[in-house]
Design a binder for this molecule. Structure first.
Ligand code: ATP
Length: 444
């Protein structure tokens, strides 16, 4: 079997695979779609949940000093006044009067030239607020206006004291939340990379100001390790972008970027936010948001280190990183090789971790009980339709790391063939050792 270097992954190929195999669909497709909104199909939702769970265990479950929160999507509108979103959360946009395309000013290489048609006939930059507005109650007027949250972190600050008291945490400690965020992005694009509805996974870590830079370095390192060690993204496809311009209250900020098929893009931010958020909510709510340090007998606003990532961008990076095409030998006449599409996903997050494939439908009686046993421990799928070669290809395309084939020899030797997705090697494994063999390959 010859494995060749892959062709450059293109977004079109990825989008087409996602649709064909049920990872991601355009929202409301039968009505022509709605720009910036996406639906996750059966394999997509499983992948997304697995990635979210990996983050949640890493950030919350495996630590004693980080606790969880699940807040409402709509908060009191004052929350967004205090955070500055109503006043300042906007993008500056320019329109090209020739090709009619709209561009974000901060993303234009030359702010005087349309990146699409090269025209210099551009409008002056205009502000577009990104908050999505709705109305709460029966009357649709400004008094009843509310906003869908633009980020998941603000409710963490608002609930800081309630969570601290309930969880009896002392500094330093963190509060994490996963949930939907909404932004009225003016130019949603690059598939799920920039959407109008997306999932954020954020953690705010509250600490003493003296220790804050040490915690910043700690979280930056932890988050880098998450991508390389847990998601198995090669470090040459990742980079750290240090912010040159910092918010007036911040001491440091970096982005972790991934090399997407369309270029480098932010996946996560690690930010030193100072004491800004708690002091602003204290100012706007009139409620004391300080922490009382019993040992030092001091009251102060804790300093915050934030890790903030987008689940959809992370999944897109995982899919782009895993997408390969290699040339496999084929038995088809007139064709010596054909292209095998394979998603090399880390086994921990693959939507299907093991597929059980009986060589013939006559083996159902033996293969089905094995599948029912394995699905208790692994995300498993059963497939008995079509030739074995086609079934392997179907599993390769959705990133299944291991396929277990039950054949007629199984009846004699109580063993099955385990086929490896990446190497395409096959190994005979005894049924009594299968469970621990698979666990070793999938969880280690
Ligand atoms: P960008 O500069 O790309 O607009 P941002 O700096 O505004 O992103 P943050 O406000 O720091 O992003 O949000 C934290 C994370 O949330 C980002 O790193 C990204 O992964 C995710 N995110 C932000 N906006 C979107 C979006 N429109 N669609 C999908 N994910 C998003």
């Amino acid at each position: 079997m010859v494995q060749t270097a892959t062709e450059q992954t293109t977004m079109e190929k990825l989008v087409s695979l996602c649709k064909r195999r049920g990872f991601v669909f355009q929202s409301s497709e039968i009505y022509g779609g709605i720009n910036g909104f996406w639906d996750y199909g059966p394999y997509g939702v499983t992948l997304r949940r697995a990635v979210e769970q990996l983050w949640w265990s890493e950030i919350v479950e495996d630590r004693d000093n980080v606790v969880g929160l699940d807040s409402s999507v709509i908060c009191h509108p004052e929350v967004w006044r205090a955070s500055g979103h109503i006043e300042k959360f906007f993008d500056l946009m320019v329109d090209c009067t020739d090709c009619k395309h709209r561009h974000r000013l901060d993303q234009m290489e030359d702010p005087e030239v349309c990146p699409d048609c090269g025209s210099r006939n551009l409008t002056a930059p205009r502000e577009f607020n990104l908050m999505m507005k709705t109305y709460v109650g029966p009357i649709f007027d400004e008094e009843h206006a509310a906003y869908l949250r633009a980020e998941t972190c603000q409710p963490i600050f608002v609930d800081f004291d309630l969570v601290r008291i309930a969880s009896r945490q002392k500094l330093p400690f963190g509060i994490a939340q996963v949930g939907k965020a909404f932004r009225n992005e003016v130019t949603p694009r690059y598939f799920t990379f920039r959407s109008r509805e997306f999932v954020q996974m954020e953690m705010e870590f509250f600490c003493r100001d003296n220790d804050a830079m040490e915690w910043f370095e700690y979280w930056r390192e932890q988050r880098w390790r998450y991508y390389t060690d847990l998601l198995k993204i090669p470090s040459d496809k990742l980079r750290i972008h240090e912010h040159e311009q910092l918010a007036h209250y911040a001491k440091a900020a970096v982005d972790i970027e991934f090399q997407f098929p369309f270029g480098w893009g932010e996946m996560e931010g690690v930010h030193h936010r100072g004491t800004y958020d708690l002091s602003r909510h204290e100012e706007y709510s009139g409620k004391d948001m300080k922490y009382f340090d019993q040992e030092a007998n001091e009251r102060f606003h804790p300093t915050v280190i934030e890790t903030s990532c987008g689940l959809d961008r992370m999944c897109l990076a995982i899919l782009a990183n895993g997408y390969y095409e290699d040339l496999a030998e084929t038995k088809k006449e007139g064709k010596e090789q054909d292209v095998r599409v394979v998603l090399r996903l880390a086994p921990a997050i693959a939507p299907v971790q093991v597929a059980v494939l009986p060589l013939s439908k006559k083996l159902t009686e033996n293969a089905e009980p094995l599948y029912h046993k394995l699905r208790k421990r692994f995300r498993a799928e059963y497939d008995d339709g079509g030739s074995i070669g086609k079934r392997y290809r179907r599993q390769d395309e959705i990133g299944t790391p291991l396929c277990v084939t039950v054949d007629f020899e199984t009846l004699e030797d109580n063993a099955v063939t385990v086929r490896d997705r990446d190497e395409m090697t096959q190994e005979r494994v005894g049924l009594d050792a299968l469970d621990s063999y698979l666990a070793d390959r999938i969880f280690s």
